[in-house]
Design a protein around this ligand. Structure first.
Ligand code: 2P0
Length: 319
């Protein structure tokens, strides 16, 4: 029967995040337990808002993405329903799920991270549960690994954990603000993603000998990033993030069959970033499982960056 503490409706928001040290490879694919720690910056007011509303008497959840109904058989819908199923024993019955992304899906900003973080917060709110951020992070992780980091604004560090049950694999906030930090998103002409990151990281783990060096790379980069953030060393932050991204993509290219998310335009943008840096602007690039390039710089470089990259979307994570 209906429990009195379940609300009729609840809405929650979570930001997208960009990893400065990437999550690439799982030690457990069911629980989304990673091989390595990762560290990200959340993008403030760019994210996902999800409203849950109970549907008394209905048999199935109804899922809407940006106002449009989502096919119940789609992978997206199945993952959402599976996440709600984690809570269903508490008694909500079927739900209407209305989810909205601030950035176009395909803009190269991971919507699964903000999506599962927002869904987790909305479920916990609907049920009137009081959970710690670490508990929220663990539950979000079950939907999508990178969602563990989108529970927080600002910098988040996802600890890989060592336990087989994953109860020590959650993100925590670094609790530092860096108001001058800027993230630029350079969205390239859209093209279908050939291989999802879930499949891509598994292929890398299974086939790339080069992947053997990845845990060491990630450990070093996590330490450098934490130091850079503590002492506010932007050059160390940016250079570590760029090298980490390039190393991750190198492991993909060393997989079989090879995995390359880059398009010719991605290389053009990277070379432009390197040129601008050569000319004295402190700017660094990062890339995820898609062709878009994201750049890191500080507010003093913003006018120059805007004039060089005119179609760039600039985000101030701490504003
Ligand atoms: C990251 N990526 O750290 C890395 C960098 C893509 C490249 O996290 O299978 O969608 O749901 O746990 O979280 C994308 O992977 O994968 C990702 P699942 P997820 O941002």
């Amino acid at each position: 029967g209906r429990q009195p503490d379940i609300a009729d409706s609840f809405e929650a928001y979570a930001p997208v995040n960009i990893a400065l040290c990437k999550y690439w490879g799982k030690r457990n694919a069911v629980l989304n337990l990673p091989v390595n720690d990762s560290l990200s910056i959340s993008l403030g007011n760019k994210g996902t808002t999800t409203r849950l509303t109970r549907l008394p008497g209905a048999e199935k959840d109804k899922v809407f993405l940006n106002g449009k109904p989502v096919d119940g058989e789609s992978a997206f819908c199945r993952k959402v329903v599976a996440h709600i199923d984690l809570f269903r024993p508490l008694g909500s019955g079927a739900l209407r799920v209305e989810t909205r992304n601030d950035v176009a899906t395909g803009a190269g900003l991971a919507s699964s991270a903000s999506g599962f973080a927002a869904l987790t917060k909305a479920l916990v709110g609907l049920y009137g549960l009081t959970l710690s951020n670490e508990e929220l992070s663990i539950i979000a992780r079950l939907g999508s690994g990178s969602a563990s980091r989108s529970i927080y604004s600002g910098f988040a560090h996802w600890h890989r954990g060592v336990r087989p049950d994953g109860m020590d694999s959650f993100a925590s906030s670094l609790d530092v603000i860096w108001p001058e930090l800027r993230v630029g998103v350079l969205t390239l002409a859209e093209s279908e993603k050939p291989t999802g990151s879930r499949e891509g990281m598994q292929r890398t783990v299974d086939s790339a000998i080069l992947y053997n060096s990845w845990p060491e790379q990630a450990d070093r980069d996590i330490r450098r990033l934490e130091h850079a953030i503590t002492v506010r060393d932007f050059t160390l932050l940016g250079s570590t993030a760029e090298q980490n991204a390039m190393a991750m993509h190198a492991t993909m290219l060393a997989s079989w069959p090879p995995l390359l998310y880059w398009q010719p335009e991605s290389v053009e943008v990277l070379q432009k970033v390197w040129q601008v840096r050569q000319d004295g602007v402190q700017v660094f690039a990062t890339m995820d499982a898609g062709p878009n390039v994201k750049v890191l710089f500080e507010s003093n470089s913003e006018p120059e960056m805007r004039s060089v990259f005119q179609s760039m979307d600039v985000i101030a994570p701490f504003s």
